[in-house]
Design a protein around this ligand. Structure first.
Ligand code: PLP
Length: 352
């Protein structure tokens, strides 16, 4: 549950054989891209070689695209390992310190931090809009705060922060404490450059950004992610994990083949957006509201106990996840193929 909370929840042991749609782990069924698949089959034959030069090549390619120096990129087998390594570094650096984040948010970093002795200082999302309450978070910063973790767009809500407010927050707060922004889903906002805080890193601020190949590139099973930050910070974090040595020949070559494949990125995004629109319409038709999503999943309030709901959806061949916060049960459904979305729509009609 610590390393892979998403996938652990994806297929409960009681999953029926007739699972029609796995919509519980925010995977992307349109990947890996054709270019990545071709690269994998070529790379597999060279699997007896250490892939040193491909790690260096990918690091350079990503650095160039992000507009930073290669030493400002740390690669890893999935971004989750980097969230974990960051938690270990701060637990070691400030024993008894705390991580400040919104609640609910993606918990991989905070859970690792708590496991290693840190406290979790959580600030509820804003009422009604379920956005990060940045004003309250800023007030909460104290001498115990060791790291500020933000997830944008947030998981499980899908809500994207206003980019100007976020950048101004990061600008002020990073002068006092390191700020970590998890941008796993940023492509699904439709305009990653508008929402990213990599600009803050370029200005020399004490900010880290994590990104992944698991979502828009559809490579969750191949495990590839990276972090952008200041060189000294990345060097310290890499003591605890990550680095090109954790990556396979096949994954590196797949990542090199698809990272700049705009045609595939637009195709993958287009398919996601089509499924998201279908989902919005389905929810409205069944009398549900939902939170506007900048991700490849949608969160909506449900009218029964969360376990009952996910259990009934599973009986109808669809796996989804549930949350409870703000006195309400919620269902989070990932975007799949149109067939999978239709299976979700059919199941929802039966369960509602
Ligand atoms: N960050 C967020 C917000 C996520 O939702 C996930 C996985 O779903 C991750 C990070 C970790 O992804 P990965 O380790 O596959 O890069």
């Amino acid at each position: 549950w610590l390393d892979k909370p998403e996938s652990a929840a994806a297929l409960p042991p009681t999953a029926p054989k007739a699972l029609k749609a796995r919509l519980s782990a925010n995977e992307n069924p349109y990947g890996p891209s054709p270019k990545a698949l071709k690269a994998i089959s070529e790379a597999a034959r060279e699997g007896f070689l250490y892939p040193f030069q491909y790690g260096t090549e990918l690091q350079k390619m990503i650095a160039e695209a992000e507009g930073v120096a290669p030493e400002q990129i740390l690669l890893s087998a999935g971004s989750g390992a980097l969230l974990h390594a960051t938690a270990l570094e701060f637990a070691h650096r400030n024993p008894g310190g705390s991580v400040l984040s919104a609640d609910p948010t993606y918990e991989q970093l905070v859970r690792a931090a708590v496991m290693h002795g840190m406290a979790w200082d959580k600030v509820p999302l804003t009422s009604g809009t379920y956005d990060h309450n940045l004003e309250e978070m800023e007030k909460r910063i104290n001498n115990k705060t060791s790291l500020v973790y933000l997830c944008n767009p947030n998981n499980p809500t899908g809500v994207t922060m206003n980019p100007d407010t976020l950048r101004a927050f990061v600008d002020r707060v990073s002068a006092q404490k390191p700020v970590f922004v998890d941008e796993a889903y940023i492509h699904y906002t439709g305009d990653p450059k508008k929402y990213t805080v990599i600009e803050n890193i370029k200005q020399g601020q004490n900010v880290m950004v994590a990104k992944t190949f698991s979502k828009i590139y559809g490579m969750a099973g191949l495990r590839m992610g990276y972090m952008v930050g200041q060189p000294d910070m990345l060097k310290t974090i890499s003591k605890w994990g990550g680095g090109p040595g954790s990556l396979s020949m096949t994954t590196l070559r797949a990542a090199l083949a698809c990272f700049k494949d705009e045609e595939f990125i637009q195709y993958s995004l287009g398919k996601g957006l089509e499924a998201r629109e279908f989902l919005y319409t389905t929810l409205k038709q069944n009398g549900y509201t939902y939170l506007p999503s900048g991700t490849n999943f949608v969160l909506f309030p449900i009218r029964m106990n969360g376990d009952d709901f996910t259990g009934k959806m599973m009986e109808n061949g669809v796996s989804v996840r549930q949350w409870k916060f703000d006195g309400q049960y919620w269902c989070r459904v990932s975007l799949g193929t149109m067939d999978q979305m239709k299976a979700f729509a059919d199941a929802l009609k039966v369960v509602s």
